[in-house]
Ligand binder design. Structure first.
Ligand code: ACO
Length: 395
């Protein structure tokens, strides 16, 4: 039987301990801390350790969300992982996560919508629950982008970081709450504005594709920026309109954390002050599909979201895709404490007769090795005030 509503009951995040600062990047490419901060708002980002993979990051965030929801792993009926950096092309990362969290009964699949992956997966979960097909869906956005970056390309390597964010969406027999309106768009005009050329059927991997560096993310920054500022505002407005709300009624926006200037421009476009926008891009960089999930979990755990609040998730990404969801928050933020009991590690079973090569880019390892010990445990990350973009850059 179809439930009365589909509500977010659990949330969780995970980011690797190792921090890559702008000063580290100065040693790798011709850039500066000042340039990166003023053009993007990013101060630092996280880099996964060699033993971590997208599935292990996802599993920790997922276990935390399940604990916060007050559920056991086997209560989950469906696992969705939004990612553009899967462990393998097959099996799905969601299948690996299922085993890693100790679930024996869920269906599991990945959602490929680049940075919009978390919002698309959340919309999918909502639809399955409202149709009465499933009662508890685990939605995860997880990325390990540092393994797909060319650390000699200053246009891309300064932007991205690793991490995972998750929610549990559950059927409720109470009316109201959960997703009140949503919007998803895909505009293939932008297909080659941000893309990863080789490794797929159009250009299978070979020594030639590797020589050309086609296994790394490529991006037309300016075009992507233009699209993002336009689409984030219009997608958010559509979702808000479908919810029957006014933009001024929204308590908090959780936008995709790509660039502080993009977030500021969305706030301006919607005629809202920046304190309505949750920002943590300064500490994580762009974690693609993980970004909205990480930001949401951090917003709730830091007291920025209260019972009954109207919040809006909004993201854009390669494709070009965009997605927005207007959500009425119904979970007790104090339940976030339940995640403390979850050990922040996960292991994914390795194949029997195959040993992967060292996954870390050599240039990145060399820089990180220069300053051992600069690792920040996740729980020491205190959400701080984001730095505003420099006015002269915005003008
Ligand atoms: N350090 C120093 N200088 C740099 C760097 C760098 N890291 N990168 C570029 N520059 C230089 C450029 O070469 C250029 O120099 P020139 O004027 O001599 O030619 C100058 O800085 C200005 O470059 P712009 O590209 O005009 O800089 P802009 O202000 O547009 O900022 C940025 C670039 C940050 C990439 C911006 O365009 C942006 O944020 N775009 C959106 C990116 C994004 O969000 N991507 C994620 C997509 S989502 C997904 O699905 C993964």
């Amino acid at each position: 039987m179809a439930p009365m509503s589909a509500r977010i009951t659990g949330w969780g995040r995970y980011a690797p301990e190792r921090v890559l600062t702008n000063a580290d990047l100065e040693k790798l490419v011709d850039t500066s801390d000042e340039w990166i901060r003023s053009r993007t708002g990013i101060r630092e980002r996280r880099v996964a350790a060699p033993h971590e993979t997208t599935a292990t990051l996802a599993a920790v965030a997922g276990k935390r969300a399940i604990a916060v929801a007050g559920l056991e792993p086997d209560d989950v009926d469906l696992i969705l992982v939004g990612t553009l950096t899967p462990d393998y092309w097959m099996p799905s990362t969601a299948a690996l996560v299922k085993e890693a969290i100790g679930n024996t009964r869920a269906a599991a699949f990945d959602v490929m919508a680049a940075c919009s992956g978390f919002v698309y997966a959340y919309a999918t979960a909502d639809a399955f629950i409202r149709a009465g097909t499933y009662r508890n869906v685990l939605v995860i956005g997880a990325e390990l982008l540092t393994r797909f970056l060319d650390f000699s390309d200053r246009n891309t390597c300064i932007l991205f970081g690793d991490g995972a964010g998750a929610v549990v969406v559950s059927a409720s027999d109470e009316e109201g709450g959960g997703m009140a309106g949503m919007e998803m768009t895909t505009d293939p005009d932008g297909a080659y504005m941000i893309w990863l050329p080789s490794g797929g059927s159009k250009s299978p991997p070979s020594s030639e594709t590797i020589r050309r560096g086609e296994h790394y993310v490529r991006m037309e920054g300016k075009e992507t920026y233009r699209y993002a500022t336009k689409t984030l505002a219009t997608s958010a407005l559509k979702a808000i309109e479908r919810a029957g709300w006014d933009p001024g009624e929204v308590d908090l926006f959780i936008p995709h954390q790509a660039n502080i200037r993009i977030i500021e421009s969305v706030a301006k476009g919607l005629g809202l002050p920046m304190d309505k926008m949750f920002v943590n891009v300064d500490r994580y960089g762009n974690t693609s599909a993980a970004s909205v999930g990480i930001a949401l979990a951090e917003a709730v755990d830091s007291g920025r979201v209260q019972l009954g609040d109207k919040i809006v998730f909004v993201a854009f990404g390669a494709g070009f895709t965009s997605g927005a969801a207007a959500v009425t928050w119904t979970a007790d933020p104090l339940h976030g404490k339940r995640a403390d009991s979850v050990v922040p590690t996960a292991s994914v079973r390795a194949p029997v007769d195959w040993d992967s090569v060292d996954p870390m880019p050599a240039r990145l390892m060399a820089v990180l090795a220069e300053r051992d010990g600069v690792q920040v445990p996740l729980d020491d990350v205190v959400p701080g005030e984001p730095e505003p973009a420099h006015r002269e850059v915005l003008a």
